[in-house]
Write a protein that binds this ligand. Structure first.
Ligand code: MG
Ligand code: MG
Ligand code: MG
Length: 305
């Protein structure tokens, strides 16, 4: 039975492409592997798959009884619910180490890079396996997406080097232009139900025993959502009512390089503690681009004290 390679819930481009790439690499190393995803692909990912002639992996949410390779996460909250009944044989990721444990030794490729795609490029090089052109194109886009075309503070020199190399393999002459084309697709919110927007790039966290949800929409111009902020707030309230202490939605403007954060909490003092600004419905946070680096650590500290 093939090992299942899976990224986090609410899959983003990195989670989808990394599952495809690691399944390719592992299979070529003699470990039959199959990419899966935990939910449907978002428009940005559909654009990337189409651009490079890749197919979307099958949506599978149960992994019990299988060998599993986790990509782009190692938190149980973001993994398939029955992961405890599976055997994790590898983790390939670029986040803080999560709470997954194993009973046998495992392969770990976890780097503090801007994207799993960067780690995967290094894996192909390490194992001396040629990366297929279409997978290189996918990884290239994953890095441009996760690093917001190098504007995110999560960007490392390794990411920039990987992009140069991957662009060559994929035959992409102007990766900046490709990145902007991709972010234009990502920015399209017209006619999308507000609930879908809230969950498009959404993660739950346990912060000092409290369940906290943080969503993010990255856009070329956040004024595009001006007309639907009220509806987004209504959705946030519904998500919060479903067993959460707080729910936040980052509206990240990649040109202005900052985020407006929509707030839904019983305790607005956590926002003041985390960011030093007052606001009970919304605040503008200059320079805040990355949920992982600019937001989660600040809230974790704020929730502690
Ligand atoms: Mg991701
Ligand atoms: Mg990622
Ligand atoms: Mg992201």
């Amino acid at each position: 039975m093939a090992a299942l390679v899976v990224g986090h819930k609410n899959p983003d481009t990195d989670s989808v492409i990394s599952a495809i790439a690691v399944a390719d690499l592992m299979s070529k190393r003699g470990i039959a592997s199959k990419p899966i995803i935990q939910g449907p692909v978002v428009p940005e990912t559909a654009f990337v798959l189409d651009k490079f002639g890749l197919s979307a992996p099958e949506v599978v949410t149960s992994v019990a009884g299988n060998q599993v390779i986790l990509v782009d996460h190692s938190d149980l909250a973001q993994a398939p619910a029955d992961l405890k009944d599976a055997e994790v044989i590898a983790v390939v990721d670029h986040h803080k180490l999560g709470d997954v444990t194993t009973s046998s030794p495992l392969l770990m490729w976890v780097w503090p890079a801007g994207c799993t795609g960067t780690v995967i490029k290094a894996m192909y090089d390490f194992y001396g396996i040629e990366m297929p052109k279409n997978i290189a194109g996918g990884c290239l886009c994953a890095i441009l997406s996760d690093t917001v075309i190098f504007k995110s503070p999560t960007t490392t020199e390794d990411d920039k080097k990987a992009v140069q190399d991957l662009a060559k393999i994929a035959g992409v002459a102007d990766y900046q232009a490709l990145g902007m084309e991709m972010f234009k697709v990502k920015s399209a919110v017209d006619g999308v139900p507000p609930k879908e927007l809230v969950f498009r790039d959404y993660k739950d966290f346990d912060m000092n025993g409290k369940k906290v949800g943080i969503g993010q929409l990255e856009m070329i111009d956040i004024s595009m959502v001006d007309g639907i902020k009220g509806q987004l707030m209504t959705e946030l309230a519904a998500v919060k009512a479903d067993g959460r202490h707080s729910v936040f939605l980052l509206l990240t403007d990649i040109m202005k390089e900052g985020s407006e954060m929509l707030i839904c909490t019983d305790d607005p003092s956590v926002v003041k503690k985390a960011f030093g600004v007052d606001g009970d419905k919304s605040v503008w946070l200059p320079k805040v681009m990355s949920r992982k680096k600019d937001v989660v650590p600040k809230f974790e500290a704020a929730f502690k004290g």
